[in-house]
Ligand binder design. Structure first.
Ligand SMILES: Cc1cc2nc3c(=O)[nH]c(=O)nc-3n(C[C@H](O)[C@H](O)[C@H](O)COP(=O)(O)OP(=O)(O)OC[C@H]3O[C@@H](n4cnc5c(N)ncnc54)[C@H](O)[C@@H]3O)c2cc1C
Length: 330
């Protein structure tokens, strides 16, 4: 039996989505095999709701490592903790989210245990080759102009960090997980001393959770007030292409694509966006894509469910008016 371990990231004492996404996707990919999916749950205090969630999202086994040091993220402590677990369990694959935490931990950890790491993957596949379970991790390469599938044939665990929001979270209701307590002492000393904690006051938007996204590109760079009005009326979030973010019209947390968020809303409205691969890799899994562009050959139309070949400066105010009318009638 082979094992795929998934680091379960927590922020502010709550499970982050990315670990649950990775559990669900691995379960979907390995459902017809007897390979084991192991959740690595590092926490300052075990929580039964967390354990239940990890189970229903696809874990066969949960390694629960409880230590007061895990209350606040610390690179040195977390690297040592994961190194302890890896050395004790000999996993075939280890997956982490491509978040600030995962990007910090992944390279340190892979160097510690002498293995390879594919960073920032957007697609996972597993291949059974005789006695080996191989991980094939695909990521954009060469400025996003091609996709590279990377393998790590000689070392274990085969490691990858995967972008948040790429996979959906699923509930496998009949799933059962065993819980193992791991309590090896952490022998490293942190170099970080926390003097005080302050919650950031700038509201950071999480586009990965939005069900409706009203996105704009260079073609509608002057239309963001209208896009915001439409988003407000419909309960959606505004997003932007890199061309807009680079002009400081919208902040970086509104960027969709290779260097921004990967989103999969129910509806993604793309106005004045050409459809460069670096943008589309972040939104092409949206359930419905509506594209508005003056250029009939714009690449965005290749992924659009509804294509509107028109001037967005004319279409967007009409759309806004129409929504206002409908809202008044309700
Ligand atoms: C390493 C790397 C990483 C990158 N990462 C990202 C990323 O994460 N996200 C991202 O978005 N980009 C990214 N890019 C940039 C990407 O390659 C494109 O340059 C960018 O997405 C283009 O933005 P755009 O579609 O808004 O602008 P353009 O490509 O200039 O397209 C503007 C579009 O608007 C249309 N248009 C013009 N006027 C109107 C109108 N009145 N009504 C309707 N349509 C109109 C035009 O026909 C055109 O299709 C990256 C590039 C590199 C090299």
């Amino acid at each position: 039996m082979k094992s795929v371990a998934i680091f379960i990231e927590r922020r502010h004492q709550k499970l982050s989505s990315v670990g649950l996404e990775l559990l669900s996707e691995t379960k979907r990919l390995l459902k017809d095999t007897n390979h084991q999916i192991v959740a690595l749950y590092l926490t300052e205090k075990s929580n039964t709701d967390d354990l239940k969630r990890l189970e229903t999202c696809g874990a066969d086994q949960i390694i629960s490592y409880v230590n007061p040091l895990f209350e606040t993220y610390d690179t040195i402590v977390f690297t040592k903790a994961l190194e302890n677990i890896i050395k004790a369990y000999d996993f075939d694959v280890l997956l982490l989210g491509s978040t600030l935490m995962g990007r910090d931990l992944g390279p340190r950890l892979s160097a510690r245990v002498h293995t390879g790491l594919t960073a920032d993957a957007t697609l996972l596949e597993f291949e059974q080759q005789e006695d080996r379970l191989s991980l094939l991790a695909t990521r954009p390469a060469l400025g996003g102009n091609l996709f590279a599938t990377i393998i790590c044939p000689d070392n274990k665990p085969q490691m990858a960090t995967i972008r948040p929001g790429v996979f959906s979270i699923e509930a496998f209701e009949s799933q059962k997980a065993s819980v193992i307590s791991f309590d090896e002492a952490i022998t490293v000393k942190s170099n970080i001393k926390i003097i005080s904690k302050k919650v950031s006051e700038t509201a950071h938007v999480d586009l990965t959770k939005a069900k409706l996204i009203i996105a704009g590109g260079r073609g509608v760079a002057t239309m963001f007030p209208t896009l915001k009005e439409i988003a407000l009326l419909t309960g959606g979030e505004v997003a932007a292409s890199r061309a807009v973010v680079d002009q400081n019209i919208e902040p970086k947390d509104r960027l969709v694509g290779q260097t921004g968020s990967t989103v999969r809303p129910s509806v993604y409205v793309a106005s004045g966006i050409s459809g460069a691969i670096q943008h589309m890799s972040g939104m092409d899994k949206s359930e419905m894509i509506i594209a508005i562009n003056t250029d009939p050959n714009a690449l965005i139309f290749n992924v659009a469910d509804i294509s509107i070949i028109a001037d967005a400066h004319k279409v967007l105010p009409l759309l806004q008016e129409e929504i206002q009318l409908i809202k008044h009638q309700l």
